[in-house]
Write a protein that binds this ligand. Structure first.
Ligand code: GTP
Ligand code: MG
Length: 148
């Protein structure tokens, strides 16, 4: 199955939303295959957001992302990348539907509490960047109740 890189940003950690966000992915039926709490360096975050270099909000984004620890995760399951983004909501929380993570828990674009890969290619790149040691392979006993 497909894998996506999901990250709880420093505001999500500080606001004690880690458990709630993890629970949403668990309850939907996705399988956790990698997880760690890291205080990332600006250098590392600049690599993560390399596509946005040059945007006016880029320096502020890096400062925000480096302001505290983040929870780095890889979730695996059917259509993980696209459905993961739907579960997060829109980039702007004010445009995120109620029921999505951003639509339920935040208000400002520069404090939108979570990140999700935007394509299968970005997911592969981000998983390598955050988990160079690789992800964990294991069998989930619930799989036959979640997938046909
Ligand atoms: P990520 O999942 O974090 O990658 O968000 P995204 O894919 O929905 O949006 P994008 O990759 O375009 O931007 C990355 C992050 O930069 C966003 O999540 C916001 O935190 C921030 N950002 C994007 N656009 C703006 C903006 O116009 N103003 C501000 N202040 N922040 C922005
Ligand atoms: Mg993005």
């Amino acid at each position: 199955h497909e894998r996506t890189y999901i990250m709880i940003k420093p505001d999500g950690v500080q606001r004690s939303l880690v458990g709630k966000i993890i629970t949403r992915f668990e309850e939907r039926g996705y399988k956790l295959v990698a997880l760690k709490l890291v205080h990332a360096t600006q250098e590392h975050l600049e690599k993560h957001y390399a596509d946005l270099k040059g945007k006016p909000f880029f320096p502020g984004l890096i400062k925000y992302m480096a302001s505290g620890p983040v929870v780095a995760m890889v979730w695996q399951g059917l259509d993980a990348v696209k459905t993961g983004r739907v579960m997060l909501g829109a980039t702007n929380p004010l445009q995120s539907p109620v029921g999505s993570i951003r639509g339920d828990f935040c208000l400002a674009m520069g404090r939108n509490i979570c990140h999700g890969s935007d394509s299968v290619e970005s997911a592969e790149k981000e998983i390598k960047l955050w988990f160079p040691e690789g992800v964990v392979q294991y069998t989930s006993t619930m799989e036959t109740w979640i997938f046909e």
